[in-house]
Design a protein around this ligand. Structure first.
Ligand SMILES: NC(=O)C1=CN([C@@H]2O[C@H](COP(=O)(O)OP(=O)(O)OC[C@H]3O[C@@H](n4cnc5c(N)ncnc54)[C@H](O)[C@@H]3O)[C@@H](O)[C@H]2O)[C@@H](O)CC1
Ligand SMILES: Nc1ncnc2c1ncn2[C@@H]1O[C@H](COP(=O)(O)OP(=O)(O)OP(=O)(O)O)[C@@H](O)[C@H]1O
Ligand SMILES: [Mg+2]
Length: 351
């Protein structure tokens, strides 16, 4: 009997997925109206009424792949994170930033985490500076060279680390660098919201628990029946930062501007998927702010949407293959396929 080899089966499944995504996009162009989505709070929401329109915006910010680009132009991303306990989180974030298309990823971590993170991957540049006496000075030398920075994956909550991170955030604000804040970075914001208050290039990516902590810290009225309004309220209370409220549906709010990612994702809740999201978002954020005149929506919201869509599709594709065994490494392995199936690739143009 002519049996289908497992590898062919996998390729077949991938092709079907890509086909159906493209079909869905075409359907969205033809069939969607503002009333379909919950994007009804502002004029901007109506302007960005369906997935294909937002993806068009994202296509405008993706850098072309040409032989004339030099290393660093597609992104030099910083990750401030890691601790003795958590070394996987900054690794997942940094590798995801690279796999989405950044050229270089720098991890700034404490000494104890550094050899571990280095040994996971030779592709990461790892600086064991976070707990060094003169570490902040050395880190400050690097910051102007970074296109965007993720603060928080696996960072831990030592008060000495938190003070250094506050100083790093202050410097990044001076430089107008886009900042993605996740995990223990969000803990810092909960303790001291002033560190990020009013910085419009900040993107905060809370999970369910982190959102509740932030909302409580900012005295946001709980609205169980209207999570969108609650997310808008938090964004406004923090001075129009971008909030990405992760969940079955991801809700993105930048002031009154709202986008929603309703992609299925997966029912597997293994740790590290939020790190894939924050790392990939940093690369999109660098591209979006660099090309902010090309997009009509807020660049932070556009970047967030790209990363949320990508992460959910990676989860979905990995789950088809590995089911209950799916781990974040399996999701990262799908970034290339998902990127090609979702966004326009400018390879072979302007060579
Ligand atoms: N491999 C790694 O090194 C990883 C490290 N991580 C790091 O681990 C540290 C702690 O992160 P946590 O996310 O555990 O934060 P917390 O330590 O604040 O714990 C949050 C708690 O809420 C629970 N929770 C999560 N989603 C929930 C939901 N929808 N409903 C009810 N409860 C829910 C979790 O099980 C957890 O017990 C951070 O530094 C983070 O970056 C994570 O990123 C996961 C991967
Ligand atoms: N209930 C859910 N159903 C489907 N997808 C979900 C659900 N909850 C979260 N996700 C997705 O999982 C990804 C990570 O979100 P999650 O809430 O797990 O972050 P996190 O807890 O910070 O993860 P991490 O373990 O990396 O810290 C996002 O893409 C989000 O959309
Ligand atoms: Mg997390």
């Amino acid at each position: 009997m002519n049996k289908l080899k497992p590898s062919r089966l996998v390729v077949g499944i991938k092709l079907l997925q890509i086909f159906f995504w493209n079909e869905a996009k075409v359907f969205a162009v033809g069939g969607e109206t503002c009333s379909r989505s919950y994007l009804s709070h502002t004029k901007m929401n109506c302007a960005m009424q369906n997935d294909s329109q937002v993806i068009e915006e994202i296509n405008k910010i993706i850098p072309p792949l040409t032989y004339s680009q030099h290393k660093g132009q597609a992104g030099r991303i910083g990750i401030v994170g890691g601790s003795e306990e958590y070394t996987g989180a900054p690794y997942f974030a940094a590798l995801s930033a690279l796999k989405v298309g950044a050229d270089l990823a720098h991890v700034f971590c404490p000494s104890a985490a550094s050899p571990v993170i280095k040994s996971y991957s030779p592709e990461l540049i790892v600086h064991p500076l976070l707990d060094k006496e003169d570490g902040l000075t050395a880190i400050k030398d690097w910051l102007p060279r970074l296109g965007s920075v993720v603060i928080g994956p696996g960072l831990g909550r030592l008060s000495s680390t938190m003070q250094t991170v506050k100083d790093i955030i202050a410097e990044l604000k001076e430089l107008s660098t886009p900042i993605v804040i996740d995990a223990d970075g969000l803990f810092l914001v909960t303790q001291d919201p002033d560190v990020i208050l009013g910085y419009k290039r900040a993107i905060l990516t809370p999970n369910v628990v982190e959102f509740r902590r932030l909302a409580n810290a900012m005295n946001i009225e709980a609205r169980n029946d209207d999570p969108v309004q609650e997310t808008i309220d938090l964004s406004k209370a923090l001075g129009d930062v971008t909030i990405v409220r992760k969940g079955k549906v991801d809700i993105i709010a930048h002031g009154d501007q709202v986008l929603k990612v309703t992609e299925d994702g997966s029912p597997r809740r293994c740790g590290g998927q939020g790190d894939l999201l924050s790392g990939s978002m940093a690369t999109f954020a660098f591209w979006a702010y660099k090309n902010e005149t090309k997009v009509t929506a807020n660049p932070g919201a556009v970047a967030a949407y790209g990363a949320c869509m990508l992460t959910k599709k990676c989860a979905s594709l990995a789950f088809v293959k590995y089911g209950r065994s799916t781990t974040t490494t399996d999701l990262i392995a799908e970034i290339h396929t998902v990127f090609e199936g979702t966004f326009e690739i400018f390879s072979n143009k302007n060579l």
